[in-house]
Unconditional design. Sequence first.
Lengths: 272, 172
Amino acid sequence: MTDPKPTGTPIGEDDLQAWVDRQLPAERAALVRAYLAAHPDQAARLDRYAAQGQGLAAALRTKFEEPVPGRLRADAVLARRRRHLSGHLARAAAVVLVAGLGAAGGWIGHGWAGRDRLQAATASAVAAYQTFSVEVRHPVEVRAEEGAHLVQWLSNRLALPLTPPDLAPLGFRLMGGRVLPAAGVQAGGVQAGGVPAALLMYDDGQGARLTVYVQPMGIDGEEFRYTQQGGVRTIIWAERRMALAVTGQVPQAGLMAVARRVRDEMARGGAP
Amino acid sequence: MPQAAALLEPLIPALRRYAFALTQDHAGADDLVQDTLERAITRWVLRSADPDLRAWLFAILHNRFIDMQRSRRRRPLHDTLDEEADAAAAPPAQEGGLLGRDMLAQLAALSPDHQAVLLLVGVEGMAYADVAQVLGVPVGTVMSRLSRAREQFRRLLDGERLPMAPGLRRVK
């Protein structure tokens, strides 16, 4: 009832409901008031509805005024979450992304060539996000439910052991993954393509999606780099001879939390 | 996240009230609120900056409640015979019968969708746009549900029986 109606629009049921809730603009309220003065039966019905609302509120007042139990204090919830997370970290078995094992050769290292290739990978990651995150019917090729198959398939195609990171502590559930063609970009005279990339997609159950893009390439030791195009944000970095990018339409701090989690789990998984 | 606690804390009594009205079970309601707070804190950094915090929290709670209902629906909520017996035993609400017990008992006979709009609008005093956000439906749908819910609630309070069994109704 926030949209003002043109004068002359007949009184509707929506006006009458909004009258009960005092959510009518003043002009419209004046019209309804006049209408109700002329239609006492409608006025009685609305009075009844208002009384129902007040009755419900009264019935629930005790609950509202009840002291809040200790376990529902925000501080208590935060403390439990911290304990839960540290338990998570202690489980070294929860290795998530392992990469670069036995992948000798192809080392390019630091320097401009690596940076250019990271830039190309960022473009690929953003393009992949924009293409597939809007897919309703086929956002992924292999769904998360086929867990073992998904892991094996991605690992085979990328020629490195790849297990999707668990982002559940951040509220994101793995939907599945797909394989993408390698970014065929010439950078520093080196062909960057060859091995395909993987795109893992996650959703939060409320319509927000984000992707983790993994592209094997011979670069390493690139710190987080943040880019934004429109509402789409990406953080990309390189380690263990992979470019990794997280992309989504979520706040920057949130995306940073996702990137850290992906990197932390990799670091643990990849430790010798 | 010290600011999260400070922002969440004032909203907890209203969350408990809404959860209790939906579940009509004290312990179950607090479990639902606890679950909601845990999810809210987990997603805190991913929360878009603009939307109303209260609507965001109520949406999390509401979605959890609906999920729980779905998983429970495999078992019938009531035995049909029990329901008939209850209806026979419970005297219709009298003219002055706007007692809390009656109100809550009759509320429970409405579909969850109808309960939600009555509670969010009538008790929590939310703007229709916020209710639409909580329920994930357009404002127009909120309005039409509200109209139907109020009329059905009135009929229940007047002692009329609704044609459909509770819990089975899905109203778009």
